[in-house]
Every structure is written in C-alpha cells, then in structure tokens.
Design a protein around this ligand. Structure first.
Ligand code: SF4
Length: 1019
C-alpha cells in the first residue's frame, strides 16, 4: 500500500535534506565515476539512495557500504584462506563469559558482579573499543588505573579471551577491522572509486584510518544539516504530552488515523527504542497497522522466544514441571507434533501435567507421568454408574474420562520426547553447546509458529543456538548454562528492517531521520530518557580512559561523561535532517510508579522555538501545553472499541448520562461484577457475600455424615473459606513445584514426625513406656532416620542441603520430644497412640473404632464426629490426658484470643470423644486434661492445655452449626485469619474483606442471619 508521493516532503518544506542535495550534486558532477557511499549502516545507505531517487536525481555507479562491510571486503579473503571463522556478537559474548568465569572470583575487583550478564556485556563493549583502537591487553598502562587489581584482571580476561579466539581459530569484529587496516597499511590502495562519507557520523580511530586508507585519497565528506540548523524545522513542530508511554503511542496512532496519513509517510523516532519498541509492536499488532522496526523486535515477544525461555528454565531448574506447564498452558507448543491427528488443547494438557504432580527431576518426571497415566486408565476402567446417573450420563462421563486419559498419554509422550533431547549431565555439569543443541532441537521440533514474526524468531533462535554449538567445549552447571543461553535469547532481536512501503517505521533518533518521510514523530522526550545520564562505563572509567589516551596517543577512547551533550547534538542533527511535519512528545506521567515525569531540556528548547519565546521556562511550557493525552479521547478518534466505550461513558450527552449502565448492559459479566461489588460494599449481608438459599445437608446435626475437628475449626476461622472449600469444593491449584532449598511440605513433615512418635511408643509392642533420655534417645534417632529414608525414596529431595536441613529439624524435634517426655512421663503413663474413630479414618485397636462418636449438644441435639487422637496418657486408672502433637509454633494455640469463636476446639472435642469411646468399650473414664504438645524447633517443647468447658464448647458449636443451617458464610472480620488461607486471591486484600465483614456484623437489625457469628466474634 504505497501512497508515498514522488516528492515526499510537506507542502511548506520541499527543500531536500542537505545530505541528499550534496549526494545529488556529486552524482550530477561525476555521473560516470564509480562512487562508494559509506553510511553509518547499510540500512541508512539504502534509505539515502531511495531519497535520492525520489528527489528525481539520476544516478549510476553508486553503491552503498558500511565501515564493517568495507573491512570485510579487505580482510575477508585472507580470513577465509586461513580457515578462520568470524564470530557473531553472541558467540563472542559466550567466550567473554567463559573468560570471566575462569579469571574472576568473588574476591576479585569486580566482586559479586563477576558472574552478572550485565558486566559481561560491558566488558565485551569495552574490549571491542580497546581492540578497535588497536590496544592489546599488554598495552594497558597500569598507571592509568587507580586499583592495580582492576587492570590486572582486565588484562587476564582479555588474554584468556584472545587465547580462546586463537585456539578456536576465530576472529571477532574488531579483529577483522584490525586485519583490514593492517592489510591497507601494508598494501595501500590506489583505487579510482570516489568514496563519499555520508556526513560526520561517529567513527573510532581504527575505522577512521580504514576509511582514509581504503579511499586511496579520494574521500569526500558529504555536507549535511548539522545540529546548528535545527531551528527552522523545530519551530514548525507540534508538541504534545501523554499520560505514560503507551498513551503517547496511542495518541500518535489516533493522529495518524484521524488525519488519514499514509503509514509509509510516518517515521517514529524514539529516544529509548528498548521501551517504545515493545509498545509500538503490541499496539500496531493489535490494530493491524503494518510496521517495520529499525532495531527489530525482541525475540522474547514471539512464541518461539517465550517457549525457548521456558524450556531453558525447565532445564535449568532440574526439569521443574511448573516451568513446562507454563509454556504448555500458554499455547506456545505445537502439540500436533505429538498427536498429529487430534492434539489436546493447551489448557487440558497443562492440567494433566499439573495433576501428574511431578515436581521436578528427570526420572521423577517419567515415573510420575507413568503413574498418572495408570491412574487415569484405572478411572476409565472402574467407572460405574452413580446413584444419580442414568446410562447416558455414565457414557458421557466415561467419554470424558477417556479424553483425559488420551491427554495424559499425550503429555507423557511430550515430556518423554523433551527429556530425550535434554543434554546428558556428567557430574551435574554439561557442555554449553549440548544445552544449545537441545534448545535448538526444541525450537525446531516443538514450538508453535503463528505468523511471520514467529517464523523469523524460530529461525533466528536456531541460528543463535547453532552458533553457540560451534564454540569450544565448556563444562558448567546446568543452571549456569541455561542462564547464559537465556541471556543470549533475551538479547536477540529479529526482523530488523529499514522503512518499507505501506508500513510505519520505528527507529532510534541517533540512526533515524533518513527515510525522507513527510511526518516524523519524536517520542520519549522526557528528562529521564533524554539526553541520558553521563554514567561512566563501569569497566573503564573516564579517568582511566584519559590515562590510556594520554599514554597511547593517538588511539583515542571516547569519554562517556560527554554522552548527554553528544545525545543533544545527535537529536538536533536528526531534527535538522528530517523534512515535512514534526511532532515532539513526552510521557508526563509514570503509570507504573504513579509519579510525574518532566520534559527534557530539548523539548523546552523546541517549545521556545515554536512559541517564539526564547525566555520561556518550564512553567510557561506547562501552561501552554494541552491536557495530556490519556486513555480517554473523543469517540471519533477512538482507536478501538474500548476507547470508544470509555469516551462515551464520560459523555453526559450519551444515553442521558447513563453511559456506565449502557456499558454494563452490553457486557453482562461487567454487570454481574458491578452488582457483586455493590452488594459487598454495602452493610447488608447478601448472596454475593456467601449466603446460599439451599443449605440442605450442610448442618452436621441433621446430616447423615460425620464431620471433623479440622472442618469445624475451618468454619470458625472463616465461614467463607469453608464455603469455598467444603461446599463449592474449590481447590487451589496443586503445585508440586517447590523451593529447591525445601524438601517436604509442612504437612508432609508433620506426617513424618507423627509416625516417628507413634513408632517410638507403639512399635514394637512392649517397649518401655516411661521414657528415659539416656536409654531411649538412640532408638528414637534410629526410628527417625528410618522414616527419613522412607520419605527420601518416596519424594527425592531436590538437593543435599534441602535434605540435611529437614533431617536436622526432625532430629531436633525428636530430641526435644524424648527430653520432654522424660519429665512428662514421671506423672503419667503413655497409653494409646493414634486412636482413630469414624469411617473416614483407619480403624485402630480399642478404644478407637470405625464408628464416629456422637457428641451431644444439649436439648436433644448431637452430631457425629470422626477423628484421630495422637496420644492418650493414663494419669490414674480412670483419669486420662489427651495430647495432640503440633509440629509448628505454639503462638496460635497459646494465644487465648485465637481460640475464640471455635478456631481452637479440637482439644475440647477430643476430650469428649475419648470419654465416649471409653464408655463404648466398657471401661468408663474421665479426661482430666486435653491439649497440645509442640516438640518442633519452633514449638520448643511447650505443652498447652486449656481448662475444659463443655457448656462453652456446646454454645460455640451450636452457633457455628446454626450458620450452616442458615446457609450463611460471612468472611472473617479478623484479617489475621487470612494468613493461612488459600483463597486470598478470591477475596482481594485481607483488610478489605475484614472491613466489609465488620460492617455487616455491626448492622444488627439488617442482618439477623449473622447473629450466631456475631456471638462468636464480638466486636
Ligand atoms: S482470604 Fe480471608 S476472608 Fe477470604 S476466604 Fe480466606 S480467610 Fe476468608
């Protein structure tokens, strides 16, 4: 869709840029001479020639070169003859990383930075500069450095890097330049070609020498519009500001679309392409606006890039299934490669992966998936009609189970194939190139391609990994190898291009403005971005650069402190060379940090020229600018449906000021959300707060089943949480991924310790029941180590450190247990252990049994309770103590307030349950004490037993069950209750949920249904 006119410049400004004029002059003056145009890059050179064409100047014998391509043309044949390979930037960086790893330690000058990718890149840039300036490691003058360690280390790193180049028969870019200059020194050129330097762009000393020598004395620097001539253009600029960078680009697109400007007449030049590139990419993709990007698109914006990052994380974190699940769920994989006919959807596949509960580990992944597939197959085979199902329902359920089985098999196949391409470790280390090979095979064989950008990224990634595969053998831990490749992927940009017909173009102002397009938007002119800080190069400070320059003159190294001034000149030069309309903008608000941003001094300068007020200051500027462009605009300028709706909602003329209602009517889910929030915000307790209309079967006093202490305590802690978990049966995603430094979950650790304590007294029968530390500690330790070994087989720890930490915790708890038991058993005799009751529990010997106990509540009411008492001690022949082992800290139980409202009721209920069990077994007895024992490291061996108060317990239970009977499940008014809840994401912030709950509880007359909960939680 090229709509560009032959003469692209605006009506008022048809003068050609000086650079094109001077190029045209040479072409007219010397039409038949061979002419070589040396441009900052080939992209720029081609743009200049295109502009020349559009200016109507005829030309022949003119070709474009960059300094790099010239160096290659000179040094290339010899490099090929010697069998050397030219390294890419990524390959060179990998060698620098290796050199740093071999040379720097945590005590070296660069300290902890030594392993950071940022330092490696900075070292690479500095070495490029040094080598381009012809400085070898041995040249670095020690006197130029304040800290002698620094120069020694830099020399070492550079020497190791150069040795690696030599060993691998590699050359890098600075070496190509060095060789080219050397060749030209030895054999000066006497060419007839006229070399034309496209303006005064930045050249290093070596590059300058190359240009001088290759031109053989026939070099002409073309005139250009220098920074001093920026004023006429800038005085015609349009200025605006926007609320954040995204709105800045939105406003730009609104202007383009509203004015019907041809896309290929627009060039966007950013001060910070790294920030603006992704924004422009996303918005142009979203709105179907074709666009080229001078710096390309980050590969991580494409499916292959994201998938490659996920794959590398998966490898680097020891096959942690959550990493793989994310890329499967994100639809980044092409599952037709596994199931060509009928691939599973990404979400069902991700669900099976999660439900296989793999966690991590190569072997564990395959074993867990085999187990999971067997489980799914058993589900299909054992499907029987349920009481409420007819045949059709059963068939539908079996079909659904069959689909799940097929998906589980596909996922197993996928993981098998991915593991088959994963690098083999040798002593926990791998070759970097083996990881690169795996990543390349992954991208080639498994990643979904949906569009040109994906296809380009896929081939660029394979190219990148392929380059890294060719590097010499480097062995390093898998995680480190994955990190290095991840960094390389993050640095990769694809589809860099020059302005093309029919497309917008985004570029950097330092290398832009050559396209000859008639509308130029300069974005990002805020003071934070432009002219940038004068931050020094961390590897070579300006002072050190000065010292090197003074010693090694004339090979000049640039000063970094002068960057801001250079950027201002570069921006003014760019403004001077563009033609047509100019718009300059800046983001005046940081949306992420919610703070103001200020215009750059260059923006103020432009304003002074536009307004003709040379003395204008920032407050004049602020007063003169229109209101910032934001998310709201006029309906006719809306970019998309959302903007249109937003603009209409604000319009009082729209639907008689009822815009919000109209929007909600158009989007029923928004209406539902609005209704829910309105009700939750009110002080009335409603269905939106957890009040259900059909609570049948929930009240344990009238239901057939039994309940447990943990359920009752959950209900007391937060009825709404109970509702989500026990009534709606919502489960938070089970995440087998874990902190690599932690082996077992708190629950698993508790189970392990319970089994150790049980065995200590009950296994084998007849062991001494009155504990003595000197006699029993070794036996206890033996049991603990056996149980640890059993769990270790069941769930392999992720690291020795994780196992050792938990082993230490377990042994501390066991030691505390034996020590405290010695004192405790002077007054009591341990009697029964793990006394289960109720069908949901394993039956045990008497006094336990498979039947639940019936707990009376008075007035003829009762309910059925199941449970398991950890320990019963005999104080005297008919007096018993009940103890529950707690492996955490005692703060929760010991705080009397925390027990309020039924949050701690197990001690009281187990006391009653044991008396019922004893009576049922024909040996009546009394429970004189019931409490909790905390042998764990955080519990410090405390015991806590509150007085038993049966009437108070009954009153609490009655209030809780009354809530169930009413179907009322309010949120807790105590925000501390949320700290151990899985549903935080459902409720938003604990403070908000608690404040709303309090307001509803305080509305006594409006919410009589909450009366039971009010009794339990007095304000
Ligand atoms: S987050 Fe808090 S209010 Fe929400 S369900 Fe959990 S405990 Fe209740």
């Amino acid at each position: 869709m090229s709509t560009q006119s032959v003469l692209p410049f605006g009506a008022e400004e048809k003068k050609l840029p000086r650079l094109i004029e001077s190029l045209a002059e040479v072409c007219r003056e010397l039409p038949l001479d061979e002419k070589v145009l040396i441009a900052p890059s080939r992209f720029v050179g081609h743009q200049l020639i295109e502009a020349l064409v559009r200016s109507g100047t005829p030309w022949i014998h003119l070709r474009v070169e960059s300094v790099r391509s010239l160096a290659h043309s000179v040094a290339g044949p010899a490099i090929a003859e010697e069998g050397l390979t030219l390294l890419s930037r990524a390959q060179a960086l990998a060698l620098i990383e290796q050199a740093c790893a071999e040379t720097l330690t945590s005590t070296s000058y660069f300290g902890e930075l030594a392993s950071r990718p940022g330092l490696h890149r900075a070292i690479q840039n500095t070495f490029d500069e040094l080598r381009s300036a012809g400085i070898s490691p041995t040249d670095l003058p020690e006197a130029a450095f304040g800290d002698p360690r620094k120069v020694l280390e830099l020399k070492k790193v550079l020497a190791v890097y150069e040795a690696a180049l030599e060993r691998g028969k590699f050359v890098d870019r600075p070496e190509v330049l060095r060789r080219a200059v050397k060749a030209l020194r030895e054999s000066p050129r006497t060419l007839d070609s006229l070399h034309l330097l496209a303006g005064r762009f930045e050249l290093s000393a070596a590059e300058r020498e190359l240009v001088d020598r290759i031109s053989g004395g026939r070099l002409r620097t073309l005139d250009e519009d220098g920074p001093q001539s920026w004023a006429p253009n800038a005085s015609r600029a349009g200025l605006f500001r926007a609320l954040g960078e995204e709105n800045e680009i939105r406003e730009l697109l609104r202007r383009v679309l509203a004015e019907g400007l041809p896309f290929d007449d627009i060039e966007i030049l950013a001060t910070d392409p790294a920030t603006y590139g992704p924004i422009v990419y996303e918005l142009t993709q979203e709105h179907g606006v074709p666009c080229t990007f001078g710096d390309g698109i980050p590969a991580t914006f494409t499916r292959p890039g994201q998938a490659a990052l996920g794959f590398l994380r998966w490898l680097g974190r020891d096959f942690e299934s959550e990493e793989l699940r994310e890329i499967v769920a994100g639809g980044l994989l092409d599952l037709t490669r596994i199931c060509p006919g009928d691939p599973p959807g990404p979400i069902p596949a991700a669900r099976e992966l999660r439900e296989a509960r793999i966690g991590w580990g190569r072997e564990r992944s395959l074993e867990s998936l085999d187990r999971h597939v067997a489980h799914r197959a058993a589900e299909v085979e054992s499907a029987r009609p349920r009481s409420e199902e007819d045949e059709e329902d059963l068939a539908a359920r079996v079909e659904w189970l069959g689909e799940r089985l097929a998906t589980a098999k596909a996922v197993r196949d996928l993981v098998r194939r991915l593991i088959s391409i994963a690098p083999e470790e040798d002593g926990a280390e791998v070759e970097l190139r083996a990881v690169a090979r795996s990543a390349s095979a992954f991208v080639a064989g498994f990643v979904r391609i949906a569009g040109d950008a994906d296809a380009m990224a896929s081939s660029a990634l394979q190219g990148l990994f392929g380059e890294l595969e060719t590097l010499p053998v480097t062995r390093l831990p898998v995680a480190q190898a994955a990190t290095r490749l991840t960094d390389a992927v993050r640095s990769l940009h694809v589809a860099a291009d020059r302005p093309r017909p029919g497309r917008l173009h985004l570029g950097d102002y330092r290398s832009g403005g050559y396209s000859g397009r008639s509308h130029t938007f300069f974005v990002g002119l805020d003071s934070r971005r432009h002219p940038g800080s004068g931050l020094q190069d961390p590897v070579l400070l300006d002072e050190e650069r000065r010292g090197i320059n003074a010693t090694l003159h004339p090979q000049e190294l640039a000063m970094r402190g002068g960057r801001p001034a250079e950027n201002v000149l570069a921006w003014k030069s760019c403004v001077a060379r563009v033609r047509g309309e100019i718009t300059v903008s800046y983001p005046c608000w940081n949306l992420l940090e919610a703070r103001e941003q200020f215009p750059a001094a260059s923006y103020l300068d432009a304003f002074r020229l536009v307004s003709g007020r040379s003395g204008a200051d920032y407050s004049d500027l602020d007063c003169s600018l229109d209101a910032p462009a934001g998310f709201l605009t006029e309906p006719s300028r809306a970019l998309d449906e959302t903007e249109w709706w937003l603009s209409r909602v604000q319009d009082p003329a729209f639907s008689g000021g009822r815009g919000a209602q109209v929007v909600r009517a158009a989007y029923p889910w928004l209406e539902d959300g609005f209704t829910a929030e309105t009700h939750r915000e009110s002080d009335l307790f409603t269905a939106w707060d957890g009040w259900i209309s059909d609570p049948a079967g929930l009240d344990p006093r009238t239901s057939d089943g039994s309940t447990s202490c943990s359920r009752i305590q959950e209900l007391a802690r937060c009825p709404y949480s109970y509702f989500l978990k026990r009534v709606l049966r919502i489960k938070p995603p089970e995440d087998a991924a874990a902190d690599p430094t932690v082996w077992l979950s708190a629950l698993q650790k508790g189970n392990l310790l319970h089994e150790v304590f049980r065995r200590f007294y009950a296994d084998p029968a007849g062991v001494p029941l009155r504990t003595r530390f000197d006699r029993d500690w070794e036996r206890m330790k033996e049991i603990a180590l056996e149980e640890l070994a059993t769990w270790k087989t069941k769930i392999p720890p992720r690291s020795k450190a994780a196992f050792d930490a938990l082993r230490e915790d377990v042994l501390v708890a066991c030691r505390t247990f034996v020590l405290r038991e010695e004192a405790h058993c002077r007054d009591v005799t341990p009697k029964w252990f793990e006394v289960g009751f109720g069908r949901s529990r394993e039956s045990t010997d008497p006094p336990g049994g498979p039947e639940p106990v019936q707990i009376p509540l008075g007035l003829g009411e009762r309910f059925r309770l199941s449970g398991r008492i950890d320990r019963v001690d005999e104080e005297s022949p008919d007096a018993y103590q009940v103890w529950d082992y707690k492996t955490g800290s005692s703060w929760d139980t010991a705080d009397p307030k925390r027990g309020r409202g039924g949050r701690r009721i197990q001690d009281a209920l187990y006391a009653q349950a044991l008396e019922i069990l004893l009576a049922r077994n024909g040996r009546p007895g009394r429970v004189v004490k019931s409490g909790y024992f905390y042998p764990g490291r955080r519990g410090e061996g405390e015991r806590y037993a509150a007085p038993l108060d049966v009437p108070a317990t009954r009153q609490t239970l009655t209030a809780l069950f009354d809530l169930l009977r009413a179907g009322a499940f309010p949120h807790t008014p105590t925000k501390e209750d949320c700290s151990i809840c899985d549903f935080g994401k459902v409720c938003g912030s604990p403070e908000l949920a608690a404040d709303r709950a309090k307001a509803k509880l305080e509305n006594v007359s409006g919410n009589p249904v909450l009366e039971p909960y009010r009794i339990l939680n007095p304000s």
